[in-house]
Design a protein around this ligand. Structure first.
Ligand SMILES: Cc1cc2nc3c(=O)[nH]c(=O)nc-3n(C[C@H](O)[C@H](O)[C@H](O)COP(=O)(O)OP(=O)(O)OC[C@H]3O[C@@H](n4cnc5c(N)ncnc54)[C@H](O)[C@@H]3O)c2cc1C
Length: 403
């Protein structure tokens, strides 16, 4: 039998959530281990939107300058009707926005944001990064946490953060819930911008919306690549087929988007059809903490991506956790630190999770009356009216627990 190795404060998962949690925990003076299942740390080849509430945290972690070298800072968020081509609303991301939130809105290639966090972790003398560690079991041992990995490696950690994503093994200690399939799938693709130049908009994040579908487009990596995400509801989904490739197929993608205006129809031809992402979330749970175990990022609050906030919320988690770890140095009061972390973060992220679902219903409605009312409301929107997004983007400025 292999022996149990003692390790310090440990994080499972080296995604955006896990790496930022590692930086936050290391900043509290702790020694930190990150256990990642993959043979290499990395992210998939698509874009991500990073709003000011998360830009603020990149700044706190000392990576904003490096991050900004590859990011793009769009001028507007635009909603367009995918069936008529009409612009329905926009949000101005210019000077008034920056002044209000203290930071710009940005879009970036996932590998670029992941890399700046990874490089910062590698530089940090308190952080040990281990790959090829697929955690199979996590157990609360009161004063410590027992961890078992595939292949028989065993550890006893001072504490553990489960940042192991949607299908979190850590979460099984806290809830017997399962990811909920939305019946929507996403196809993604980031292509050299010159290949799509006539269809690309270099300045804006554009979301084309229609019944049961939407398409998001924006430039990334210094505007060298154009990122597109096409999302639709599959009419061939069933519970039995859920874990097969028999629903949400490329043929359905073509069928759905074939009804859209030519600009959208053409753009979708550039999607990578070799891989699709079925879209899942979970219902918020109240409890993220078990002794010296806590959840973070998608493991704690997986959400549909319609508000573009999943990774931003993981960064917010990491920042608040860091604050609590600094307030409670040493190992003795970690359970208290985790409980206070949960008290702040659970309600906030539950609101983002549930709002993302509702926003998805509004965007994708096929009911003509609901569409009419939605569009009337959107068209009245002033592009410098930030009241609807204040709770989301202004968290770092407005939350009484952060100032
Ligand atoms: C189509 C789409 C678009 C999105 N757009 C945006 C956006 O614009 N803005 C935004 O903020 N968010 C967006 N998101 C959400 C965002 O991608 C996620 O919320 C974010 O990546 C979560 O990070 P995480 O580190 O918590 O989890 P993950 O990224 O899932 O990372 C988990 C890590 O844990 C590892 N792991 C898992 N299980 C184990 C195990 N048992 N043992 C060891 N390691 C393990 C995995 O290999 C992985 O590295 C989008 C999501 C989708 C699907």
């Amino acid at each position: 039998m292999s022996e149990v190795k003692k390790i310090p404060f440990t994080i499972i998962g080296g995604g955006i959530g896990g790496l930022s949690a590692a930086l936050g925990a290391a900043d509290s003076g702790r020694e930190v281990y990150v256990l990642e299942q993959a043979p290499e740390f990395g992210e998939i080849g698509a874009g991500i939107q990073v709003a000011p509430n998360a830009m603020h945290i990149l700044d706190k972690f000392g990576v904003l300058e490096e991050y900004s070298k590859n990011a793009v800072f769009p001028q507007r968020l635009v909603l367009k009707d995918a069936m008529t081509g009409e612009e329905l609303a926009d949000l101005d991301l210019g000077d008034a926005f920056k002044e209000r939130y203290g930071y710009s809105y940005s879009v970036v290639h996932r590998t670029d944001i992941h890399k700046v966090l990874l490089d910062k972790c590698r530089e940090h003398e308190n952080i040990t990064l281990l790959t090829n560690h697929h955690v199979e079991k996590v157990e609360n041992k009161g004063d410590s946490v027992y961890i078992e990995c595939e292949g028989g490696l065993k550890y006893e950690a001072d504490a553990l953060i489960g940042a192991d994503g949607l299908k979190s093994v850590t979460r099984k200690n806290l809830s017997d819930d399962e990811p909920i399939c939305s019946e929507y799938v996403a196809y993604r693709g980031a292509i050299p911008i010159e290949e799509i130049q006539d269809l690309a908009n270099y300045d804006d994040v554009i979301m084309w919306i229609g019944p049961y579908l939407h398409l998001v487009q924006y430039p990334i990596r210094r505007k060298e690549l154009y990122n597109q995400v096409a999302v639709f509801k599959s009419f061939h989904y069933s519970k039995e087929k859920e874990h097969t490739n028999d629903w949400g197929t490329p043929e359905e993608l073509e069928e759905h988007f074939g009804k859209c205006v030519p600009q959208v129809r053409h753009a979708v031809k550039f999607m990578e059809t070799g891989r699709r992402w079925p879209l899942y979330d979970r219902v918020p749970i109240e409890n993220w903490v078990d002794g010296k175990i806590a959840l973070l990022g998608d493991a704690a609050h997986p959400m549909l991506q319609y508000l573009a906030q999943g990774a931003c919320q993981a960064l917010e988690d990491a920042d608040f956790l860091s604050r609590k770890l600094k307030e409670y140095p040493g190992n003795e009061h970690l359970n208290q630190a985790f409980k206070e972390y949960q008290a702040e973060r659970q309600p906030r992220t539950a609101r983002v999770q549930t709002t993302a679902r509702k926003w998805g219903e509004v965007l994708h409605t096929a009911d003509p009356i609901a569409q009419l009312m939605r569009d009337m409301y959107l068209k009245k929107h002033d592009s410098q009216d930030y009241s609807e997004v204040e709770w989301l983007y202004g968290y770092h400025k407005n939350s009484k627990n952060l100032v």
